[in-house]
Ligand binder design. Structure first.
Ligand code: DX5
Ligand code: ZN
Length: 220
């Protein structure tokens, strides 16, 4: 069985106390911090930009998993690398030149990820497998936290696990949207190794217990 990483999504944190929230999830055992960047154009919501990412860097040494929901994406890659991202992911649907954008992320010395919307098939990453360090499967339509998990995406997770296996490379397979203690085991069974969770962590009063139960290591 593969180790499961938990990546709390800062979108569900208390925005008036972001630094404290980041320190709290780090202390509670989170593996990565998931940072959702929304532009009100690619998705129907606006979140925060590179200045906030950079400010969070002072609060933790956890890897920053930056999820860009913006278009165009290329003009902003350097700003997020400079802000302290270890992984930058962009949507396969965000531009005409996915391959070139992934090369640009790698050229910045950052790991590169591709995100697939619920309506986008696994095959969208086929031509760029050699350039990706992470594949993120959206299990809600992007833009908002607190939405319901889309069961229809589970077969795609399994397909991507097989595609990753065929490369022989260590590519992370991450799931984002509606991940709860009820849906996490199904994501893991389908082959996911990294779970993003906003509401299921920041919406509780015990972040450590929430993280352990999502990871499947809670004592019952
Ligand atoms: C949605 C974001 C998610 C979101 C998840 O567009 O990509 O990361 O914060 O929130 P929950 O876990 O509440 O569904
Ligand atoms: Zn996200």
């Amino acid at each position: 069985t593969r180790p499961i990483r938990i990546a709390p999504s800062l979108l569900a944190a208390d925005f008036s106390r972001l630094g404290e929230e980041v320190r709290a999830v780090a202390a509670a055992g989170a593996d990565w911090l998931h940072l959702d960047i929304m532009d009100g154009h690619f998705v129907p919501n606006i979140s925060y930009g590179p200045a906030v990412v950079k400010a969070m860097r002072r609060h933790t040494a956890m890897p920053f998993d930056v999820h860009l929901m913006i278009a165009p994406v290329d003009p902003y890659l350097a700003a997020f690398a400079e802000a302290g991202a270890q992984i930058i992911s962009l949507h396969a649907e965000a531009g005409a030149h996915l391959h070139r954008s992934l090369q640009a992320i790698r050229a910045l010395g950052v790991k590169a990820g591709v995100v697939l919307n619920p309506g986008t098939p696994a095959g969208a990453v086929e031509g760029v497998m050699d350039l990706v360090d992470l594949i993120l499967v959206m299990t809600v339509n992007p833009g908002f936290g607190g939405q319901s998990f889309l069961d229809s995406q589970l077969p795609k997770i399994a397909t991507l696990r097989r595609m990753i296996g065929a490369t022989g490379r260590d590519i992370a397979l991450e799931v984002d949207g509606g991940v709860t203690t009820a849906t996490a085991p199904r994501c893991i069974a389908a082959g996911a190794d990294t779970l993003v969770a906003g509401t299921a962590i920041f919406g509780t009063s015990d972040y450590g217990a929430a993280i352990r139960s999502l990871r499947g290591t809670a004592v019952h």
